[in-house]
Design a protein around this ligand. Structure first.
Ligand code: MN
Length: 318
């Protein structure tokens, strides 16, 4: 499949790269790394990365805005995304050829040109694997992007990082591309005191059911009080792993601007992705998100997650 993908990249002069809405470091790292790798190895190509830009992650690269002309005779490469409706910034159906590279459980079939590996730590790991297998040169900034995607999606190697391949790629990025991991962490992990205080709010207000489900609702008033916006929650969620008796945790945040309740959930055992797909969301088996209509839907999710936790406890004890 890698050779077939290389053929398609060679065939088209114009290449559009897209990822899921709400770009995170893995999605951004993988899309911009692939762009830089293609441009380094095929100088004559026009490569665009589309999607809404994320102000705190400018380091990864600058997004292009999709134009009609960019659809003509172009191939789409969709990365880090399992479902067509969550593609950011492009009309999927306007492309003749599509390539998909992903590490989420499959939802939609995009094309016959797909590399899906749910055992890969991150989309960035897949980009590195493909580039090394095809003997493509990886420029230094692309290597840095790849490193950050791997680090972010594994939460600093705390999960999904049990295979030697992940570490072999990191080793190569340091040895051959001379990246300096310690210099890159600040981009991923520097945060405001307001966010730390919001984390304190979540810790203090999280309710935990008997079955091990933790949940918190954050209103617009709370957000204003802490001086943060509803997007701040994502990076806080991973800090609740490895807590005794907490199996799954979910945070609901009122997003007045978009009229939705942003929902983010993590789990260290219960499979939660199918439930979130029912609410127009999704993600990984143990890390999901959705945008809900209101707090009533949040109550439904709490009940359903709690039931999943109850079932999980029962199965574990048998
Ligand atoms: Mn990812």
């Amino acid at each position: 499949m890698e050779e077939k993908i290389l053929e398609l990249i060679k065939k088209y002069k114009k290449i559009v790269i897209a990822r899921h809405v709400g770009g995170d470091p893995d999605a951004l790292g993988a899309t911009f790394a692939l762009k830089e790798i293609i441009l380094e190895n095929f100088k004559e190509k026009q490569v665009y990365v589309v999607g809404a830009s994320i102000s705190k992650f400018k380091f990864f690269g600058t997004h292009d805005k999709m134009t009609n002309e960019m659809y003509e005779d172009a191939v789409l490469i969709a990365i880090d995304i399992p479902d067509i409706k969550r593609l950011d910034g492009v009309d999927f159906y306007k492309f003749k050829d599509v390539i998909k590279i992903d590490h989420h459980p499959e939802i939609d079939k995009f094309s016959d040109n797909e590399i899906i590996d749910i055992d890969a730590s991150s989309a960035c790991e897949l980009i590195a694997r493909i580039a090394y297998n095809l003997n493509l040169k990886i420029p230094k900034h692309a290597a840095e992007n790849i490193f950050m995607g791997i680090v972010a999606d594994t939460n600093r190697f705390l999960f999904g990082a049990n295979k030697a391949e992940t570490y072999k790629i990191i080793l190569k990025l340091i040895e051959e591309e001379h990246i300096k991991p310690n210099e890159l962490y600040e981009i991923l992990y520097k945060r405001t005191l307001a966010e730390v205080r919001l984390e304190g709010f979540i810790s203090l207000n999280m309710k935990v059911t008997q079955n091990g489900l933790g949940y918190v609702k954050i209103t617009d008033k709370d957000l204003r009080e802490y001086g943060v916006d509803s997007a701040s929650i994502g990076s806080i969620m991973n800090n609740y792993n490895f807590i005794h008796r907490l199996i799954c945790w979910v945070v609901f945040t009122e997003d007045v601007k978009n009229g939705v309740i942003r929902t983010s959930a993590r789990s260290r055992g219960v499979k939660i992705n199918k439930l979130f797909e029912q609410y127009n969301g999704g993600g990984h088996i143990y890390a999901c998100g959705a945008k809900l209509k209101d707090f009533n839907e949040a109550e439904e999710i709490i009940d359903k997650l709690d039931e999943l936790c109850r079932q999980y406890n029962k199965d574990e004890l048998q």
